[in-house]
Write a protein that binds this ligand. Sequence first.
Ligand SMILES: [Zn+2]
Ligand SMILES: [Zn+2]
Length: 336
Amino acid sequence: MDRLFHRVQPHPGEDGYGFLIRVVHANYLKGGPANLIELICEDSKEIRMQDIPRIANYCLNSVAELSQLSGIEVSRTGGEYVWQINGELITKSAFLASRYSKVCPKCLGESNYLRGSWSLTFYTACPTHKTSLIDSCGGCGKRLKWNRRFIEYCGCGHPLKESQSHTASPSSIFIASLIEHRFNQETSPTRGLLADREIDRLTNLSLDGLCKTLWFLGHCIFNLGNYGPGHGRKILTIDEADQMINQAIELLHQWPHNLGNRLSKLSTRQPSNSGASLIERLFGPAQSYLQSEITTDELFYVRTAYEQHIRKVWRQFDTRNQSTLSTRQMVLDSSW
Ligand SMILES: [Zn+2]
Ligand SMILES: [Zn+2]
């Protein structure tokens, strides 16, 4: 197989597709990153870990240099994908906005490459510049494509570093700073938004565990009753992700008190109509997410808080309805 002529040095934590865009330009190739991968790997347009040795050989890089890139597909089994971002694994496609691109215009102006963390759904702000990332072009208003021709320009020709970015919310900066701190020890999580104990706990979670916590609290619990099946498949916009972050932070305040209040409030709703147990009809989607995803030891604190509060809600239910036998039976029926 041929090899390229010009070697491009990848940045630590650089986005894999962004790196290939730079390779395409340095070597005056036609097409975008997906075309280059197809040319090298023939049967794929994605960057897969198994293909890194071939891609490295073709691009004149070492395997070590390229296997640290972000956005690489590590494995795929039965429709379940695992990706690598900054050396950590992400197991849910909802946590990765890989088909769209987000950038910090100011960071791009300082150094023209795509940071791997920008593709994370919950990384919506720049902790350095304290501004929101942008996911659409300041010129034409269209959503930024991941496979555009130039890193620093929208397809319409607008220079992205000149796009306006707004001051980000404290919650978004906090979550981005937590993620940033994982791979850049010179930075630290912003303090003051939550109690130090909660900040330390979130800091010690894996990246996937942090995303699952935000998804469970900010979406499954907060939006309960307002979404149907398939709710996890949509790629969130920055505004939607910000809203989810704000909602999760609200429940993390005075942990686990606010979560308890939320669950009590939710229990007063009209349960959905089905033959399932009452707990399923009231908390079904949150319950299923908890049972399938909130399973690792590091997320035990979320699980315990949820279950303790549900038990409390049920005791109140018992007293209110005075139908002790039937509601107790429902608790026994539900599977924990
Ligand atoms: Zn920035
Ligand atoms: Zn544009």
